[in-house]
Design a protein around this ligand. Sequence first.
Ligand SMILES: O=P(O)(O)OC[C@H]1O[C@H](OP(=O)(O)OP(=O)(O)O)[C@H](O)[C@@H]1O
Ligand SMILES: Nc1nc2[nH]cnc2c(=O)[nH]1
Length: 185
Amino acid sequence: MPISLEHIQKVMDEAEVLFTEKEIEGAIDRVAEQINQQLADSNPVVFCVMNGGLIFSGKLLMKLTFPLEQSYLHASRYRNETSGGELFWKAKPEISLMDREVLIVDDILDEGHTLSAIVDFCKRSGASQVYTAVLMDKQHDRKARPGLKADFFGLYCADRYIFGYGMDYKGYWRNAAGIYAVKGM
Ligand SMILES: O=P(O)(O)OC[C@H]1O[C@H](OP(=O)(O)OP(=O)(O)O)[C@H](O)[C@@H]1O
Ligand SMILES: Nc1nc2[nH]cnc2c(=O)[nH]1
């Protein structure tokens, strides 16, 4: 069934604000500071995980103050749905990862299957070290493996379906300048 714009607007009107733009920008500053301290001499290639990682990557990259290369990859498990399925590669990295330090930047670590599969792929492709950075870490006990964490993360969020700052609700509201939870989800 096609999604109605009325429904999309209603979801925003009824959503709960979890984090304001100011709070998120503070978190991005903190993540950037940690990455600047740890990766400054590593000449990394930084991959944005499309689509959700777009806004966090863009904001983060401008705060990194050392030489790096930037690229993107596109792997999706949700494909505009609100529950995850099989990982589907839409674009694998084009740049060689052989003997490179790699930083993967994504919007959210939920169950972590997406990030784990991307990290495994990078290691199999010859990366010497793979780091991960996510804006949000969702709190629950369904992680792909117990204790799974990103190397760098911005904020913890509740076990709700969230959108904004790159994260979508059915393909919409990636542009929302805050992080919102869908009512009832
Ligand atoms: O930790 P997981 O449970 O694997 O979920 C996290 C992934 O889900 C979202 O991607 P999605 O597949 O929705 O694609 P998108 O980035 O295009 O929204 C998000 O951007 C992460 O990549
Ligand atoms: N937009 C969005 N994508 C996700 N992918 C995994 N969890 C989420 C979530 O809560 N929101």
